[in-house]
Structure formats: C-alpha cells, structure tokens
Design a protein around this ligand. Structure first.
Ligand code: SAJ
Length: 485
C-alpha cells in the first residue's frame, strides 16, 4: 500500500495572490502530478526540489516503485536522477498508483499523461479522459487542475472540463480552477528547460491564471506568458511545433529536388542561414518523437470540425512521413552502383533513436527504414550507443559499432549520435565487405570523404560523388573511346 501524506485542506482557488505567495515561500503547497513519464517525472522532481510537497501517480506499479526508490528510467536526462534521489530521500516527492489519492490531497493537480494519435491519425484522448475522470471523482473543492499534456485547441475548456465537472459534480471556476500550461520541453534537456523556457498559462478565469502563473514562476524561476484562455495556450504549443514540422518538410522537399540537381542542401541551408531572417531546418530520414509526428493531427482534427483544413500542415506530414522510404531508395541506388542488391545483403543500421543522444525510439522513422529493408530481403544488424547490448525496435542491438559493421554490404546512418560524428571512414572501409555502400540519412559524413574512402555513397539532400575506383574506370573508358586521348 502506498504511503500518501495527507495535505491540510486548503482552497487554493479562493486565496489572494499574496496568500499564495506566502504559501510558496513556506513550501506549504501540495502539487499533484498525474503521469510519471518523460514530462511528469522531471516536473514532479523539479517542483519537489523547489521545496513544495509533491504527490504523483502513475498507472504502472513498476514506475511508482522505482520512483519511490529514487531512480528513474530516463538515463538521458542530465540532472534528473540525482535530483530525484535527493527529493525522494527528503520525502518531498511521493509516488502512488492512486490518482484518487493525488486528487484528494493536492492543491494543484497537473495532468501529464500521453496524448498519442491512433492508427487513423486521430488524437487518442483516452488516457487524458480517464485521468480527468479519476481526478474529478476525488477532486476537493477549491483545487486547481492544470493540463500539461498536448491537446487540440478547445479540448481543455471542452472535453476535459466536461469530464471533470461530470465526475466531480462541481463547476469549473466556481468550485475548482482549470488551466492549460502545455509542456514545452526538449527531451534530453528537460531539467534545464524547466528553469529556462517561459511557460504558457491560459486559464478559464483571471484568478486561476494568476495563481497558476505565480506557482510556476516561483517554483521554476521562469517567465510565464499569460494567454487569454486554455485554447490559445494550446494553439501556441501547436503553432511552435508545427512551424518546426512544416519547415523540416520544406527542407525535405528541397532535399529531394537538390539531389537530382546535384546541389548540396546542407551547403545551401547553411548559406541561407547567413541571412537575418532565415531559420535553418535540416532534411533527414523523417521526423520522429512523441511530439512532431502527432501534433499536426490535433490541429487537423479541430480544423475538420471547424470546416477549415490546414493544408500545408497536412502536406508537411505526408512529405516527412515519406522520408524513410526515400532512405531505402537511396540504399537500393547506392548498392546497385556497386552491383549489389538489398536482398541477401547485410545492412548495418547505425542509430535507431528518434533523435541524437536520446534513449528513445518513439515513432522513430528508422523503424520504417528497418522494416522496409527486411521486407526487401536485407539482413539487418543494428547498433545504437544508447541501447548497446539491449533490445531496440525488436532487434538485438550490437555491443559496438565495429561488431555491427563488420562484413556489412551497406552501412545506413539512422541517427546523428555524437559517436557517429567521429567515425573514421577509412577504418570503416576496412571492416565492411567492400565494395560497400554508405547511406547517410542525417548528414553526418561528408560526401567527398565517403567516396574517397571507397564507399558508394548516398545522403539525403546531398549530391552523390563517384568513388575513386569508378572515377578511374570512367576515365579509362573515355580514354579508350576518344581517339587521340
Ligand atoms: N528533425 C529533422 N530536421 C531538423 C530537426 C529535427 O529532420 O532540422 C527531426 C529529428 O531527427 C527528429 C524529429 O525531427 O526525428 C523531432 O526533432 P526535435 O528536435 O523537434 O525533437 P523533439 O520532438 O524531441 O522535441 C521537440 C523540441 N525540440 C527542440 O527543442 C529542439 C521542441 O520543439 C518541443 O518543445 C518538444 O518537441 C515538445 O515536447 O513538444
């Protein structure tokens, strides 16, 4: 049975800002966190580190148990594990499987559960709805509920409010407060982001907004950007992520064209960046992670409801979703050039994480690349420094890069991990089953260096460079066919 400290019943909603500030100084406020994932756990830890009492729940008993022993599964979040151990030892953070206990004993309850998309690419709000139902059923009058999960604009003041009101029998902004404060953290830098990235707070009433803003401001020492309502706060969150997704799609679209025109996208983008108003985004083998691949669909769904389809957003998703197929096309092309086929060949995939230096494969585009290569008869060997010797995407990840590439007919760089930036291409060429292909989906190696090392090279958005051997052969052919040469 989890030990849950009971909080003195306090009506946060009815307090003046001065009273709230007084409680913050004394640390006399209990923050409830629902969902101990990549966002919930760092937030719970940081609130506890700020001196507040934190009660947090997760449906997974193993997660609850490990948090209560002061350890987390997020080994790629610098600072998190040390801070977690400290706040758990001081009993400032207690985890439980009971969301009811969290709701009943906290002054401000923050919902941090995932909001993925389903197979039909519609937002799956089932986790957030059941979290809101449980919170509502045990909510104390006077508490404030904050939604940090990413949702479509209007979902907090619509669906979530309705669920909370039905489950609690109370009315928002009369009996309890309701606000959106969408998370804006970058996995891998979350502890730093919590203290530096301004928060967005949009509430149903001025007093709730002011209280929620004061709590985040005081706990994390960050600026809070106040928005008129929850839907605007959620619109900001989506706008910034969709800006990124659409710009990456534009970079990918140009990459496909520039490959054909023999133009180097990287050189082009880096030169564009010398202009005062250009924001660089880079082409690659697709867009993964828990945010970008799904965030568009929250807006598209609301757009369809409102009869206004965000076309560019939808098209950007299609372009980015197609990039893994393009990586496989490049593999086939590069192998074809040296007389090899994917079928029956050994392909070493370096990096499966959805982005560099992260132990996370959520919606990683490399999964699609591997799947397609297997379908085409390739024999896949996987190496990723974050998963060395473990399993990832169902593959046994090799213990070292050398192990994965030895005897490979093709090497595919799937993720731009630090380790891969230092690859010695000459040494790599001695380990593979030469002549071998090298396909870089993340712009890690230089095309000329790859060709000089004897690889049949292809890179997303990069011009192909003939290998030294091919160049010599071509010269010979020209010489023998042109009289006098
Ligand atoms: N990618 C490209 N080209 C680029 C940048 C990224 O192809 O120029 C790819 C990456 O390889 C990756 C995907 O896009 O597969 C997502 O990359 P990301 O850097 O946006 O990483 P996320 O999704 O983990 O984190 C983002 C945050 N990104 C950064 O701060 C750099 C941030 O925009 C959001 O706050 C966060 O999602 C979130 O939680 O919403």
């Amino acid at each position: 049975m989890d030990h849950v400290p009971e909080a003195a019943a306090l009506k946060l909603l009815d307090l003046s800002l001065e009273e709230v500030e007084g409680l913050l100084v004394e640390g006399n406020l209990t923050i409830g966190i629902v969902g101990l994932g990549r966002i919930g756990l760092p937030s719970a830890t940081a609130f506890a580190q700020a001196g507040l009492q934190v009660l947090a729940s997760d449906i997974d008993p193993q997660v609850v148990e490990s948090v209560n022993t002061g350890s987390s599964r997020f080994v790629d979040e610098p600072g998190l594990n040390e801070m977690l151990a400290e706040v758990v030892a001081k009993e400032k953070l207690v985890a439980t499987t009971s969301t009811a206990a969290v709701a009943n004993n906290s002054d401000m309850i923050i919902i941090c559960v995932p909001t993925p998309i389903d197979d039909a690419k519609s937002p799956d709000y089932s986790y957030i709805v059941s979290a809101a139902e449980e919170v509502g059923a045990s909510l104390r009058a006077g508490s404030i509920v904050v939604v940090e999960s990413t949702v479509g604009p209007g979902t907090v003041e619509g669906l979530i409010k309705e669920v909370l009101e039905t489950a609690s029998g109370m009315t928002a902004e009369v009996d309890f407060g309701l606000a959106a404060c969408p998370e804006r953290s970058d996995p891998g830098s979350i502890m730093k982001n919590l203290r530096t990235v301004p928060r967005l707070v949009g509430a149903e009433s001025e007093r709730t907004g002011a209280t929620v803003a004061a709590i985040y401001e005081s706990a994390f020492g960050v600026r809070v950007v106040r928005l008129s309502n929850p839907k605007t706060a959620n619109a900001v969150k989506l706008t910034e992520n969709l800006f990124r997704d659409v710009n990456i799609a534009l970079a990918n679209e140009f990459a496909l064209l520039f490959e054909r025109l023999g133009i180097d996208s990287l050189e082009t983008i880096n030169a564009c960046a010398s202009k005062y108003n250009f924001v660089p985004h880079y082409p690659g083998g697709g867009v993964g992670g828990p945010c970008l691949p799904s965030n568009s669909y929250y807006l598209i769904t609301e757009g369809l409801r409102a009869g206004n389809i965000p076309y560019i957003v939808r098209l950007a998703r299609e372009i980015n979703d197609r990039m893994p197929e393009h990586v496989v096309e490049l593999v086939a092309e590069a192998m074809n050039e040296i007389g090899k086929t994917i079928r029956g060949s050994k392909v070493a995939v370096l990096g499966v994480a959805y982005k560099p230096n992260i132990k996370d494969t959520q919606l990683t585009p490399v999964a699609r690349v591997c799947e397609k290569l297997v379908q085409m008869g390739g024999i896949i060997e996987v190496y990723d420094p974050m998963f060395a010797g473990e399993k990832a995407l169902g593959y046994d990840v090799k213990g070292s890069l050398e192990e994965a590439v030895t005897g490979a007919d093709c090497v595919v760089i799937g993720t731009a991990h630090k380790e891969f930036k230092d690859i010695d291409l000459k040494e790599l060429s001695t380990l593979v089953n030469g002549p071998a292909a090298l396909v870089d989906s993340r712009n890690v190696v230089e095309p000329v260096a790859a060709a000089e090392a004897g690889f049949s090279y292809r890179g997303v958005g990069r011009p192909s460079v003939p290998r030294k051997a091919d160049r010599a052969m071509r010269k010979e052919r020209v010489a023998s066919s042109v009289p006098g040469l």
